[in-house]
Write a protein that binds this ligand. Sequence first.
Ligand code: C2E
Ligand code: MG
Ligand code: MG
Ligand code: MG
Length: 291
Amino acid sequence: NADAAMYLAKENGRDGFHFFTPEVESASRRRMMIETGLRSAVRDGSLSLLYQPIFAARDGRMTKAEALLRWSHPQLGPVSPAEFIDVAEETGQILALGSWVLEEACRNLANLEVSGGGAFRIAVNISSKQFGQDLSTQIQGLLERHALDPRRLEIEITERVLLHPSTEVLGQLEALRALGVSIAIDDFGTGYSALSYLMAFRIDTLKIDRSFVVAMEKDVRSQALVGAITGMAHDLDARVVAEGVETAEQAALLSSLGVDALQGYLLGRPMPLDSLQSLLFRTGAVALAPL
Ligand code: C2E
Ligand code: MG
Ligand code: MG
Ligand code: MG
């Protein structure tokens, strides 16, 4: 029967065919350590947020900063979010992590001094799993508790969330939008890109994935694509941000294609809150449209 066959396969695997090679074993051990570590991450102070500035292409003013989660595992040291977010989504731990990120970002935003009453937004990455909880009520509560103007907060979701949105997700997005929170589509162009959902649902910001920015330099068709996406986004009243801008050539090209804002190592790496505050003091901040 199936159980016996499985048992034999396992036995063979171990002794005969080396299914458990050292790499496989250490990879699964690492995963287990990440899973276990995540369980206490919210309580043990090993999480932190960095902020990466986003600048208007037109005048170089800082309009936003994206909150990026960092985690230092007690034994493994720093683990990239590209690695632990996936694990957290699979285990459900993303709900606790996501709540911590939202709380911390709102607390930080409330403490930021923005000169001249200029509008300045913080963008927070939201996993699709977080929509299962009552996200809009959670966010509304946080905004009230920290006395924040909802227009100062933007949430970033990936295009996958809007591909086959449940009525629950659509309802949550609608409620957030009604509050005044902005919605950004992250990593645009990496998934099942369809501009149709942009028309079905109002989006404030489209973030063009770094892979386009890289391809653009060598490939004229990618430039045409970025230009076309930007044009369509503007027709739908959305702003366009380019991610992963690393060279002055990319920045110039993106600006000439009409992209509204730039984010990348060329302009600023993810940084701690106090560095972001210094940068805000030095450069000031204005929004594309005043609050
Ligand atoms: P993302 O939201 O697309 O964030 C942009 C990523 O690109 C960040 O990686 C950032 O550090 C990196 N980046 C920025 N500029 C450049 C550049 O010029 N060149 C290159 N090569 N990379 C650049 P990071 O911080 O490692 O985050 C990776 C991903 O993990 C994020 O991609 C996001 O999907 C996820 N993530 C990060 N923080 C959170 C969070 O709080 N919640 C959730 N759900 N996901 C998060
Ligand atoms: Mg993002
Ligand atoms: Mg992104
Ligand atoms: Mg990305």
